[in-house]
Structure formats: structure tokens, C-alpha cells
Design a protein around this ligand. Structure first.
Ligand code: URP
Ligand code: ZN
Length: 454
């Protein structure tokens, strides 16, 4: 199908221009003021709308296996929610079982993701060290994986000690890849969690108290120092605190390749959400936990200065019944929250419209930078000739309120419940196919593709 988008206010990470866009098959083939069309072309009039590259969410956990069961969005429901929010590509995770090869785990995960409607890739997680890992990392690279995720928390399950972490950094540096890191000091946090529990402090309030900002910042500092030693580029996921930012800013000033991601929840919610009943507070149990209002200000500033370059969601929703597994023990509350649907609209409403970021910064944060960092640019993350036709037509005038009643995320709570929103991903095109048309999901759609990254 050929599509002509007319009268677009085209916004990329570097410019804003009025133009028409021609899509043929899966690609953008022409951008210009005068594009001829025939009566077989599908014409979309974008007058008064913004036209932006499809969003890329570099941090989601769909169909994640946990002790509390799977996260409640699978690849179909989660990707549908993503599309409704204007996100056309996602990067999820491959976490092998103990002893399983990274390559086998990657192939298994690809099968689990076959139902996704968005395009998708994975960060692959080494969870221990054995003699084949270096070769497995190298094979993953040949299969299109350029980033490897490590956890410094969760030492009981998937977290790495510093020796294994150092080995992973060195191996990934050798193949020219990127290590993405969940930074929290695992041992200290586990000790604090156990201490609170034995003192009969069992409510969700002890989740943030046992994961203080200092222990995130200490892990960030350690990760930066070890990455410098290994000469490996790193990407710190879900940065939540001003203390962590100080280390990131210092490393960047020194010229080290350190990139930072934050999430809408750390920009817009704070730790007052942990005051209340179990039902009120458990939905906000996520790691790192919500921080202080002052941290929000520091994160916005870091975005403005370019120290934080990417917005992910860490989308990992759970049903209340899964949260309730920890009703008597905060350590057992299913850990995570959803947001895949709301990333662009929250950043538009509370970033662009409040003059914290420009339209081009919005596009960069929600799409272009992730494409560049994770080896998908210029195929993804831009609207230019030759790029995949992942295009969102954004209506900046539509006003709504986020609600669990109207969300497409498969969850019985929503951490952004009641947030006023301005702006809607009205039409969403993924590789030339109109998936969302005037706010409604089209039926009989082709599936998303696994993205081979370079
Ligand atoms: O609370 C969170 N973030 N759950 C998902 C797993 C992780 O830590 O990224
Ligand atoms: Zn995560």
C-alpha cells in the first residue's frame, strides 16, 4: 500500500518542517512539498497534527516469568498498548535459566515474542559466568544483539557479583557492544530488606526504605569505575535519583561513554505514594522505588542538559492478586508497574507543554536516541528517505485522563491513574501498515519483526 501524508508538521530530533511524506511498502520514499499522488494511494491529511517517528521503548518486560507468575502483559497485549501510545518498536529482555546458553535463551524468547504487533528486539542478560559465555555473547552479536543487560541487584536470582560483572564488561567491550545496567547494591539491599522483615516491618512502605537512593548511587559509581577499567560503553537503566546523576554527569564530563535512561514514573511520581493501605501502595512497588520530589527536578534538569538521553518505561505490570502475594511480606510483592502506553503522552504533556523540553527533544528522548544507542538508526528513530515507515500522527489537541478503565495495558491498576493528558497518537503506522487509525486498532494486522541490530 502507498500512503501519502499531507501537510505534515514533521518533527525529527533535529528539525521541524512542513512537508508531505510518501510511503511505499515498508519504507519512506519521498519527503517534500509537492508529492504527486494517484487515486490508488491512501491519503492522510495531517493538517494541525505533528508527524513524528514511531516511538522506541528500550526497556520493557512483557511476559516476564517471576516468582509471582508472568508480568500481566504478554507480547500481544503489551505491544497493542505500546502502539496505542505511539510506540512502534520495543526492546525487551532475554534472561536465561541457570545453565542455559544465551543463544538458546534468545531463540526461546524470540518464539515468545512472535505475537507482538510492534517490532521488537532484546537485551540479553548473562546471569553467571562459564567458559562459553564469551563465545555466546559473540554469537548473539551475529544474531543482531548489540546490548547486554546486567543486574547488580537481585543477587539471589539473576544478579551478578563484581567478578562476573567485570568479565561481562570485558567480553562485551571486545565485540563493540553496550552493557546496560540495573544499578542497586544487591547485598546491602538484601540485608536491609531482611532486617526490616525480622523487625516486623512488612508493609510496602519498607520497599523504598530498604532501597535508598544512596545504594543506587553507589552501584552507579561502581559500574562507571568498572566500565572505565574495561573500556566498555554502558547505559544505566531507570536512573531515579539526583545522587546517581552526579556520578553520571562526572563520567560524561570526563569523556567516558556512559548513557542514562529514566522513566516517566521517576519524573512524575514521588515516594508519598507509599503512604496508605496495601491496595493503595502496592502498585507503586518497583525497583528502584519512587524517590523525592527534588529528584524529579534533578532528572528534568539532566534531560535538559543531555546527561539523560533516553526515556524507557520499565513496563512490568502485575495484577493486584500478584501484588497481594506480599501482603504480609513486602519482599514478596510482585515488583514492577506498567507504563508502555503512556510514555509519549506523559512526556508531551508534562515535558513539551510545560516547556521543560522542546518537540525535537521529545522525539529524541522517545525514539531517535534509543535507535542510535541500540544499533537501529537510521532504519528506526527518524523520518527520512530509506527509513522504515514507522510514523505517528500526533493530535496535540485531544485531552484525556489516564484511567485503568480505558487503558489498553492488561492490568487492574495504573500508576498514572487520574493524570490529565493532552495529545494522542491518533494514527500509528508501523513499516507502512496503518495499525491505529483515528485512535482505533485495525484488525487483521501483520506481526512485528525481530529487529537485527548493528
Ligand atoms: O520493578 C521493576 N523494575 N521490575 C522489573 C524488573 C527490573 O528490575 O527491571
Ligand atoms: Zn526493568
Amino acid at each position: 500500500m502507498n500512503i501519502i501524508i499531507q501537510n505534515a508538521t514533521l518533527i525529527t530530533s533535529t528539525q521541524i518542517l512542513t512537508s508531505n511524506i510518501r510511503i511505499e511498502g515498508e519504507k519512506i520514499v519521498e519527503i517534500g512539498l509537492h508529492i504527486p499522488f494517484s487515486n490508488t494511494d491512501t491519503i492522510i491529511d495531517a493538517t494541525g497534527k505533528y508527524v513524528i517517528p514511531g516511538g522506541i521503548d528500550p526497556h520493557v518486560h512483557l511476559h516476564l516469568s517471576t516468582g509471582a507468575g508472568y508480568s500481566s502483559d504478554d507480547f500481544y497485549s503489551g505491544s497493542v498498548a505500546a502502539l496505542y501510545g505511539g510506540t512502534t518498536s520495543i526492546i525487551d529482555f532475554v534472561t536465561p535459566h541457570k545453565g542455559q546458553s544465551l543463544v538458546e535463551a534468545l531463540e526461546d524468547r524470540k518464539k515468545e515474542a512472535e505475537n507482538a504487533l510492534s517490532d521488537y528486539s532484546f537485551h540479553v542478560s548473562p546471569i553467571d559466568w562459564h567458559e562459553n559465555i564469551e563465545r555466546e555473547i559473540s554469537i548473539c552479536k551475529e544474531l543482531g544483539i548489540t546490548s547486554f543487560k546486567v543486574y547488580l541487584a537481585y543477587l539471589q536470582s539473576i544478579g551478578l557479583d563484581s567478578e562476573v560483572f567485570a568479565n561481562v564488561l570485558k567480553s562485551v567491550a571486545k565485540i563493540g557492544g553496550m552493557v546496560t545496567i540495573h544499578c542497586e547494591m544487591g547485598k546491602e539491599i538484601d540485608d536491609l530488606r531482611d532486617r526490616y522483615f525480622t523487625e516486623n516491618k512488612t508493609t510496602p512502605l519498607y520497599h523504598p526504605l530498604s532501597r535508598p537512593a544512596k545504594l543506587e548511587a553507589d552501584a552507579v559509581q561502581m559500574a562507571i569505575e568498572m566500565a572505565a577499567e574495561a573500556d566498555c560503553p554502558i547505559y544505566i537503566v531507570h536512573v531515579s535519583s539526583s545522587e546517581s546523576l552526579l556520578h553520571i554527569q562526572k563520567a560524561q564530563t570526563n569523556g567516558q561513554k556512559v548513557y542514562g535512561e529514566t522513566c516517566p514514573q521517576y519524573l512524575l511520581l514521588d515516594d508519598s505514594k507509599y503512604q496508605g493501605t496495601f491496595t493503595q501502595t502496592a502498585p507503586f512497588v518497583m525497583s528502584p522505588p519512587l524517590r523525592k520530589k527534588s529528584d524529579q527536578g534533578a532528572l528534568w534538569q539532566a534531560i535538559q542538559k543531555g546527561n539523560i538521553q533516553t526515556i524507557g518505561t520499565d513496563h512490568c505490570p502485575f495484577m493486584m492478586a500478584q501484588k497481594e502475594l506480599g501482603i504480609d511480606d513486602f519482599r514478596k510483592i510482585a515488583n514492577g508497574a506498567g507504563g508502555i502506553e503512556h510514555r509519549l503522552e506523559l512526556l508531551f504533556t508534562y515535558g513539551v507543554l510545560e516547556n521543560k523540553i522542546t518537540l525535537s527533544q521529545w522525539v529524541n528522548l522517545c525514539s531517535t536516541h534509543a535507535a542510535k544507542t541500540f544499533g537501529m538508526y537510521p532504519r528506526k528513530g527518524n523520518i527520512e528517505i530509506g527509513s522504515d515507515a514507522d510514523v505517528v500522527i500526533w493530535n496535540p489537541e485531544i485531552e484525556r485522563i489516564i484511567s485503568v478503565q480505558t487503558q489498553h495495558q492488561n492490568c487492574d491498576s495504573n500508576i498514572f491513574e487520574g493524570f490529565q493528558i493532552k495529545g494522542l497518537a491518533e494514527t500509528v503506522i508501523r513499516r507502512g501498515e496503518i495499525l491505529i487509525e483515528k485512535g482505533i486498532l485495525n484488525k487483521s494486522l501483520s506481526k512485528g519483526h525481530f529487529l537485527v541490530r548493528k
